[in-house]
Design a protein around this ligand. Structure first.
Ligand SMILES: Cc1cc2nc3c(=O)[nH]c(=O)nc-3n(C[C@H](O)[C@H](O)[C@H](O)COP(=O)(O)OP(=O)(O)OC[C@H]3O[C@@H](n4cnc5c(N)ncnc54)[C@H](O)[C@@H]3O)c2cc1C
Length: 394
């Protein structure tokens, strides 16, 4: 039976980066993947252009029971380190907004680059491999998978779990990494869908259906955290970057505060316009501030000419625009979530090496760990950084 130095389960961003780094150090590496192809999430990420990192990366852009856990790995492999790799492969990129970097061309360029690096350092990638279990043996780990006729077994001194989270099962997400963590006695923090569209209850959904497809720049707040980004009305509820960002902080039962015109005090503006020309309708003024269909939808609730309504009503209009309070009923869940919040408890992992504190030779990297980034390239950066860090020691 062939024995490897390292077996990595999951050929996503984290697993491939880790395999490359271990291969560079002369380790024999077997990378196992149950999908037909490696890096499926990279391929569809960032609308097909892969938002591969963010120039503003800091531990402050991550959610975790202990966000400072990410500091060590992020400092070992930075956004610039990944940019250097792209530049070596002549993959051109651009900054879209707020430090978010995307490929100029296609996301598959990054997959090709990683596969090329793996080939260069002799990583053995085995796809379409259905793993049935792992076990501890005296000097390492056994990994068992279903072969054509019987269960095959292979062993290694180190086992790296890079199975990602539960989001988008259709693309191969299984939550298998959590099972391995539990099997070896590591704690898990609660997992839930993150970076996900939020849904309305049926009557609100119906009321809002006429503005499905409308996008508006907002400030959305949940508790103490706010994001200034675009928001999209959908036929189920709300989406767009602002909502995806806040969804990671929102809990069922909580209210969102949405400012649909963050740069304008709408009550003050309506009073000012009334003083100038009271014959105009409220909706006419709203249409100067908001997208037309949204202005109409709000205007329908406050019909009338400016001159005919008092301050109380104008204040209500102002609040509807500047402080819309809304209670989503839920989220679209793992079916569409970009990430899984929570995961393997960082208290049980070494921040520098990603090794399980109590099980020598067992490592957890990437999304499987309780470290989840904001929208904007932070999740891939965590995958690269955590994969790189484990790759230095396995
Ligand atoms: C639609 C979408 C768009 C996204 N866009 C971006 C973006 O632009 N920028 C960004 O930073 N982040 C983005 N993300 C998030 C990002 O893709 C993930 O955070 C990142 O891929 C996590 O890397 P990972 O290697 O830990 O896990 P994954 O990339 O999920 O890789 C895990 C691998 O393990 C395999 N696997 C799982 N279970 C098993 C098993 N039992 N046996 C064998 N193999 C298994 C999976 O098939 C997968 O290949 C996006 C996510 C989605 C869903």
């Amino acid at each position: 039976m062939k024995q490897y130095d390292v077996i990595i389960i999951g050929a996503g961003a984290a697993g491939m980066m880790c395999a490359i780094e271990a291969g560079k150090r002369g380790r024999s590496v077997l990378l196992l993947e149950h999908n037909r192809n490696a890096g499926e999430k990279i391929r569809i990420s960032g609308g097909g252009r892969c938002n591969f990192t963010n120039l503003n990366t800091s531990y402050k852009n991550y959610l975790s029971a202990n966000p400072k856990f990410a500091i060590s790995a992020l400092s070992q492999f930075s956004p610039q380190d990944f940019i250097d790799l792209l530049e070596y492969y002549k993959i051109t990129w651009h900054e879209k907004a707020k430090g978010a970097l995307f490929c100029d061309e296609e996301a598959w360029q990054i997959i090709d680059m990683l596969k090329n690096e793996m080939d260069r350092v002799g990583v053995h990638l085995r796809t379409q491999t259905e793993i049935v279990g792992v076990e501890k043996i005296a000097d390492g780990f056994n990994v068992n998978w279903q072969g054509r006729e019987s269960v095959q077994s292979i062993s290694a001194s180190c086992l790296v779990v890079a199975c990602g989270g539960k989001s988008i099962p259709k693309m191969g997400a299984t939550g298998f990494g959590y099972k391995i963590a539990e099997q070896f006695g590591l704690r898990l923090t609660e997992t839930r869908a993150g970076l996900v569209p939020l849904t309305f209850e049926p009557s609100l959904k119906e009321q809002m259906s006429e503005i499905s497809g409308v996008s508006v720049d907002v400030k959305v707040t949940c508790g103490k955290i706010s994001f200034d980004e675009a928001m999209l009305f959908t036929h189920r509820g709300l989406s767009g970057p602002a909502i995806l960002q806040i969804s990671s902080y929102w809990r069922e039962g909580e209210e969102l505060l949405i400012n649909l015109a963050p740069d304008i005090d709408v009550f003050a503006k309506l009073k000012e316009e009334r003083a100038k020309n009271g014959k105009r309708e409220i909706s006419t003024i709203l249409a100067q501030i908001l997208p037309k269909r949204l202005a109409q939808q709000i205007g329908n609730q406050f019909e009338g000419r400016l001159a005919d309504v008092g301050d109380k009503i104008l204040q209500k209009v102002g609040e509807r625009v500047n402080a819309w309070r809304i209670k989503p009923t839920g989220s679209e869940g793992y079916r569409t979530a970009e990430v899984t919040l929570g995961g393997v408890d960082t208290r049980d992992i070494n921040a520098k090496t990603l090794e399980a504190k109590e099980i020598a030779g067992l490592y957890f990297i990437g999304e499987a760990v309780d470290v989840t980034g904001w929208l904007g390239g932070y999740n891939f950066q965590w995958a690269w950084s955590s994969g790189y860090s484990a790759g230095q020691v396995i």
